[in-house]
Each structure stands twice: as C-alpha cells, then as structure tokens.
Write a protein that binds this ligand. Structure first.
Ligand SMILES: Nc1ncnc2c1ncn2[C@@H]1O[C@H](COP(=O)(O)OP(=O)(O)O)[C@@H](O)[C@H]1O
Length: 282
C-alpha cells in the first residue's frame, strides 16, 4: 500500500501518473490479485481481497451497507467522510478550513482528501490489512482518474433512493457521540405514485446506552443537505458515468430499509451463501 500512497499523493499534487508508472504501481500497490480479469462482481469475492467502491447521494446508506459488507468480507471500510470528521475532531491544522467547507455542504479539495486517504492507507498497511471498501471516494472525476491510475477497482456499487427520502433520512440521522454508531429516528412511509414505487423504512432506534449521547451531524440541516444533494448531482454523478463506461458499475435501487435491502444486496453480489455461513458460524 505504500506505493499506492506515494502515487495517490503524487497524482493529487502534481499530475496523473504515466501509463508505465501505473502498470508498475499496480503490481506493487496491492497484492490482492489481478483485478483486470473477469467482469466486476463475477469472481468469487471471498477468494481475494475485494477492492470495491460505494457511490450514492448523501443519506442513501453507503456507510451502513459498506460497513456491513466490510465485516462480511474481512476488508477495511474506508469512508472519506469519517476521515474528514476525524480530522475536524482532532483540531489539527486543517480543522478550521475543513469545518467551513463541510458545514456549507461543499467538497473538500482533491488534494486534502487524497492526503487524508493516503494516511489511512498507511495505517492499513501497518495493520496488515489489504483490500478495501471505499465509501465517499471518489467523488470527482479527478479523484476517479487518480484512483483508476494507481489501482484496479473491481466493482462500484451505486446505491439509489428517491430524493425526498434522502432528505428525510439525513434529517433523521443520529450518531452516538461515544461509540460512533449511526441510528435514524425518521419513520419513512412514502406512497408510490406516477409509476414510482412506494417506500417504507422503519426507524433505526439506538439502544438504551446510546440514547443520552446522540448527536446530529452539523451538516445534516435541511439547507446543507439540499446543497450536498445539488453538489452530488453536479460533481459526483459524472463519476457514475466514469465507472459505467468501464463496465464496473452495479446499480442498486434500495427497496426499503435494512431488512428488505440487505438480503437483496447480498443476492445481487452473489454473497448470500457467505452470509449464511457466517451466521451459522456466529
Ligand atoms: N471524496 C471526497 N471529496 C471531497 N470532499 C469529501 C469527500 N468525502 C467526504 N468529503 C467531505 O466530507 C463531507 C462528509 O462526507 P460524507 O460523510 O461522505 O457525507 P455524505 O453524507 O454527504 O455522503 C462531505 O460533505 C465533504 O465535505
């Protein structure tokens, strides 16, 4: 992963690596296997360390599903939004600048985000981790090009949900200030109309021990969420096309909350058997 880091940094600070450099880095960066072979999601994902990306609008549940899959597949879940929030909480030199950007719902610069990601990958390397599920990265075409230049992403899952539901989910999101887990107090029950399916999502209530420690993200206000959705549509949606045109994009319309969506997601990823085995072993 050290080579990947060096290249991520170089790509962010200077220019994209040359094709020859990319090939060299590809062989060095990850020992997880040759991701250029086969169709995305077609190989047995448990026989190697997956290198997946989760895309989707704010509030869609990228963190929830990416985190569950990372546990199932034994790879780190790396969420750039979490890295940004950790940097903010650490009150490091970047914190004031980041707070302004995040609280307005804007994107952090590619350079800063790649530096944060590189640091996280260094830790991963030190901990002997390999493979990953990236959540919230890449979010710009430039980030996608840099990532594509340094390693092979073998599957990009694009989670989709209607915009009124996304807003309600963001406004209902609560986080335990102590354990960091995400919950949701929104009860969503939207009737289908004009050919659009209805959608039901039960609240995800916190356990008693988290109840008094719940906090709301500063960027989960109606105004800021609307701005994040606007920026997603403008800047991040082209990233979907970037991966679609490379045959790596798996579109997944969430049919409802976790109880309905999780089994269907496992099914489209050909992972139901693995989940069964894990449950049996637990
Ligand atoms: N890849 C990225 N590029 C630029 N900014 C990012 C990136 N990932 C996270 N951020 C910043 O961190 C904030 C929170 O990210 P995240 O938790 O992923 O939020 P969201 O719910 O909007 O998907 C974003 O609004 C943005 O300011």
């Amino acid at each position: 992963m050290a080579a990947l880091n060096r290249l991520l940094r170089a790509g962010a600070a200077v220019r994209l690596p040359t094709a020859a450099a990319r090939r060299c880095i590809l062989s060095l960066a990850f020992s997880g296997g040759d991701a250029r072979q086969g169709m995305p999601g077609r190989r047995d994902p448990v026989s190697r360390n997956v290198q997946w990306v989760f895309l989707g609008c704010p509030g869609v549940g990228k963190g929830t599903y990416a985190s569950r899959l990372s546990q199932l597949l034994g790879v780190p879940h790396i969420a750039t939004g979490d890295l940004v929030r950790e940097e903010l909480a650490s009150s490091g030199p970047l914190a004031p600048q980041l707070a302004d950007i995040v609280n307005q719902g804007k994107l952090v610069s590619d350079e800063i985000i790649i530096n944060l990601l590189s640091k996280r990958l260094e830790n991963a390397e030190a901990n002997g981790e390999s493979g990953f599920i990236l959540d919230g990265f890449p979010r710009t075409i430039r980030q996608a090009e840099i990532l594509e230049g340094v390693t092979d992403i073998d599957l990009v899952v694009n989670l989709k949900l209607r915009e009124d539901v996304l807003l309600a989910k963001c406004l209902g999101r609560r986080i335990c200030g102590q354990c960091g887990k995400n919950f949701n107090v929104a009860s969503i029950n939207v009737k289908g109309e004009n050919g659009r399916p209805g959608i039901f999502m039960a609240p995800l209530p916190p356990p008693a021990q988290c109840m008094s420690k719940l906090v709301t993200r500063a960027d989960d206000t109606e105004e800021v969420v609307k701005e994040r959705l606007r920026i997603y549509n403008e800047t991040s949606q082209p990233v979907e096309e970037f991966y679609r045109s490379r045959g790596k994009l798996l579109e997944f319309d969430l049919p409802g909350g976790i109880p309905e969506s999780w089994p269907k997601l496992l099914q489209v990823l050909n992972l139901e058997d693995h989940d069964d085995k894990q449950s049996a072993a637990a």
